[in-house]
Design a protein around this ligand. Sequence first.
Ligand code: BDP
Length: 326
Amino acid sequence: MNFKRTLLTAALPLVFCLSSSAHALNIKFAEVHPTGYPPVVAEQAMGKKLEEQSKGEITFKMFAGGVLGSEKEVVEQVQLGAIQMTRVSLGIVGPVVPDVNVFNMPFIFRDHQHMRDVIDGPIGQEILDKITNSDFNLVALAWMDGGTRNLYTKKPVRNMADLKGMKIRVQGNPLFIDTINAMGGNGIAMATGEIFSALQTGVIDGAENNPPTMLEHNHYQNAKFYTLTGHLILPEPVVMSKTTWEKLTPEQQALVKKVAREAQFEERKLWDEKSASSEAKLKAGGVEFITLSDAEKKEFVDATAPVRAQYGAPYADLIKRIEAVK
Ligand code: BDP
């Protein structure tokens, strides 16, 4: 008798039993960022914990580098349950769940630490719940940190006047187009994956993002000026398809929540290291960092006040509570 074959046959009922168990679940996780990028690393660690702590009832596979599509396409697939999980910039969620746009408003957070303090507390949970309780078939589990976004351009922007008429790529959210337009530029929405060639061919004069994205998506090769406007500090929810969520047992749901929340704090450390090393690499790669004086920065803040007034009007109380977080 063939020993190997006997072993295999003996193991078969077990394999069959696991894969046909009512709650066995395969998670495909879509990421627009490349392997090694802070959220990707934290999400993979989360996936490993899910596999281990669910005792194999849940499997996890990361699809990094945008292979499953742009963030907008991926969110649609997650809504349908064809992709089970993703991390997405809150900017992309705004057009589907307008309540989250409070966090997407320019200069809503005083600084990066303020954003962290807000997302870690009850307001952060409320915004996650707004996503979960909307009609869009998503369950929002935790936040990844996406740092602070600044302008990067082919020609230097040393003050707001320099931005006049420049075509600046933004995420597909009308709030961001209005923001750039209010600053005197010309906001143009496109997917992350299109920015590199749009910069190269001159379809756009610049974009805006954090240092790790500017570096890892190679945007710095065609945009050598980085103006520290700090206009957006966007956190990034980790979401699961509600279709998937509803297939989980309450224990599995609790596990998913727990490991996602752990990933929130693990990613943060990776983020800080990556931001610092990205800044150094960008400078070494010939990028000029342009610091604004308080008066120059105030011009950007004041110019975007109408955007906050328009989008923030229904959320006056929430905005007061965000401001009150010290
Ligand atoms: C990065 C976010 C990513 C967005 C990208 C963008 O992490 O989710 O897709 O910006 O602007 O900072 O498209």
